[in-house]
Every structure is written in C-alpha cells, then in structure tokens.
Design a protein around this ligand. Structure first.
Ligand code: ADP
Length: 189
C-alpha cells in the first residue's frame, strides 16, 4: 500500500506515520529526515540543502524528487511505503505519479491531517527542533498554505483524498487514521 501524509508542520504526520508503519508493515519515509541527513553530510549539496532548511523554504522540486526516487527504488519499498512530507507541491505530485506509473504502481491514499494554526504554533514551539524557531515556523506555515494546500484539491479530484481531524490525543488521531485505512483496504481488496 502506498500512502502519503499531507499536513502542516506540527500536524503530527511523523508521529502518526511511525504508528501506521507498524500497522501496515511498510517503511516510513520522511523527506524532512532525508533532507536533514543530506544536510549533515557536509558536502556542497548538504550546504545548499541546509540553507533552505534554515530559512524554512522548500528545497527545489527536482532535488526532492531525485531524493525520493532513489529511496523508493530500494527493495524494502517493494510492497509499498508511507510518505511523510512528500509531495509538498503539485509539481512534485505530478512527477511522483509519473514515476509510479513507470514502475506500474499507483498511490492508494492521500491522508490530510488538519490542525488549527494556533495549535500548530504551540506544538512547534514546544518541540524545539533546529528549524523550530518562531520566524522559521511562521515561514513554514505560510509555505504550507501557498504551496502544499493546493495538493488537497489535486488528490480530491483523483478520488484518493481522506481528511482526518488531527486534534486530540495521539491515540484518538491514530484511531481515526486506522478507520480510513481499514475502510480503504476493504474497498480495494
Ligand atoms: P515540517 O513538516 O515540520 O516542516 P519536515 O521534517 O517534514 O518538517 O520538513 C523540514 C524541511 O525539509 C522543510 O521545511 C523543507 O525545507 C524540507 N523538505 C521536506 N520535504 C520536502 C519536500 N517534499 N520538498 C521540498 N522540501 C522539503
């Protein structure tokens, strides 16, 4: 099963994707983590990527796609995987669909987690990752609204979008996600 998690920074994509990984027994791919690994490699590419991360900007689409293509080519992704933080633009989604079509695969589900902005601000301020300072947070939320939100319409049109309320405890949110997943598995089996 191939699933993408969509949601603003702080919505809980990473936390929920890790839980869903256990439930579905497929790998979890966080592009933010992949980018932070590239950054810490201390190569020219790492320095370039680091500059985007520190500003809270997206790394260019071509680079994001290249990193993802490399990752899903690995054998552990043969039976599917969960993406968290990818795609983040409609251009990435279109290229991703092409890439999957070439591999005779297709995306099963886009899970959109929604949380209000004040709640996101307080969650992110409490988290304290290097790019979780107030200016970078505000920029990442704006970038989400301008670049990533249009993805919801894209996946809605394809009939694979599921909206999930991301407020409440981790357990409550996971229960909502499991309901969507199990319904989807029943429909497609
Ligand atoms: P968050 O969702 O909290 O912003 P992530 O770990 O998903 O955290 O992403 C951190 C940063 O990594 C983003 O601000 C962006 O710079 C970069 N990034 C992650 N995924 C992508 C992607 N698909 N396209 C472009 N940039 C990305």
């Amino acid at each position: 099963m191939l699933v993408v998690f969509i949601g603003p920074p702080g919505a809980g994509k990473g936390t929920q994707a890790k839980r869903l990984r256990e439930h579905l027994a497929v790998p979890h791919i966080s592009t933010g983590e992949l980018m932070r690994n590239v950054e810490s490699s201390q190569t020219d590419l790492g320095n370039q990527v680091g500059a985007f991360l520190r500003r809270g900007e997206l790394v260019p689409d071509d680079l994001a796609i290249e990193i993802v293509e490399q990752r899903i080519g690995q054998s552990d992704c043969e039976n599917g995987c969960l993406f968290d933080g990818f795609p983040r633009t409609v251009a990435q989604a279109i290229q991703f669909d092409d890439c999957l079509t070439n591999k005779e695969k297709s995306l099963n589900l886009a899970l959109a987690l929604s949380v209000t902005r004040p709640e996101l601000m307080s969650r992110l301020s409490a988290r304290g990752r290097r790019d979780d300072n107030p200016e970078t947070i505000a920029n990442r939320l704006d970038v989400y609204d301008s670049h990533t939100l249009p993805l919801l319409a894209y996946y809605e049109q394809r009939g694979i979008l599921a909206n999930v309320d991301g407020t409440g405890s981790e357990d409550e949110v996971f229960e909502r996600i499991k309901q969507v997943i199990d319904r989807d598995l029943t429909e497609t089996s």
